[in-house]
Design a protein around this ligand. Structure first.
Ligand code: AR6
Length: 193
């Protein structure tokens, strides 16, 4: 069942609020949005394509300027995260991370890489002293991660790694994904905030 959405707020940690919203991540007005990118960081489809079109061509230039760390052309290995400016986006920064392609790993390895993608994104946000960061449903599109499993992994990783980020948001494109994230937050017994 598709949900009609609305903003849900939960206490994620003593100092961080979790926000769940259905919508378009590129419209988020906080400090940073997280891009579900591929390891080359040169754009793609899905949320990555939407972020690049909203940010404008300077985002691609900034990504291209990041060093290649592995052959061939890998700028961000799976589970890792890099940061650039947000250019024409309302968010000041884009944290680019790469979730696992679900079919390429065992279930525990995929879960651990998906957790790393969230934790490394939040580690960068903490390093930059950012206060508000919004994620999409990383790996839940073309990378094929089962959405209920991804929601649990994502929320647990964010609870562990939020640090001094005060607002951790998930902006979920579809009503179904939004409802699944809501169920995962409730299964974790997060309190409303
Ligand atoms: N705002 C929020 N969520 C969105 C938006 C948006 N504007 N657009 C799509 N989504 P995907 P992945 C949701 O496929 O599975 C790219 O080509 C979408 O409904 O974007 O991590 C990259 O370059 C889904 O729930 O990312 C990589 O090659 C979620 O974002 C590859 O896709 C993630 O879907 C990464 O695959």
């Amino acid at each position: 069942m598709a949900s009609s959405g609305g903003t849900l707020r939960y206490k994620l940690t003593d100092t961080s609020t979790l926000i769940l919203e259905q919508g378009d991540l590129t419209k988020y007005k906080g400090d940073a949005i997280v891009n579900a990118a591929n390891d080359r960081l040169l754009g793609g489809g899905g949320v990555d394509g939407a972020i690049h079109s909203a940010a404008g061509p300077k985002l691609l230039e900034a990504c291209r300027a990041l060093p290649v760390v592995q052959n061939p052309s890998v700028r961000c290995p799976t589970g890792d995260a890099k940061i650039t400016e947000g250019f024409n986006l309302p968010a000041k920064w884009v944290i680019h991370t790469v979730g696992p392609i679900f079919s390429q790993y065992s279930k525990p390895d995929a879960a651990s890489l998906l957790a790393d993608a969230h934790k490394n994104s939040l580690a960068l946000a903490n390093e930059k002293q950012l206060k508000s960061v919004a994620f999409p449903a990383i790996s839940c599109g073309v990378y094929g991660y089962p959405i209920p499993d991804a929601a649990k992994v994502a929320l647990k990783a964010c609870r562990e790694a939020a640090g001094s980020v005060e607002e951790v948001a998930f902006i979920l494109f579809s009503g179904d994904t939004y409802s699944i994230w809501k169920e995962a937050a409730e299964d974790m017994q997060l309190q409303s905030a």
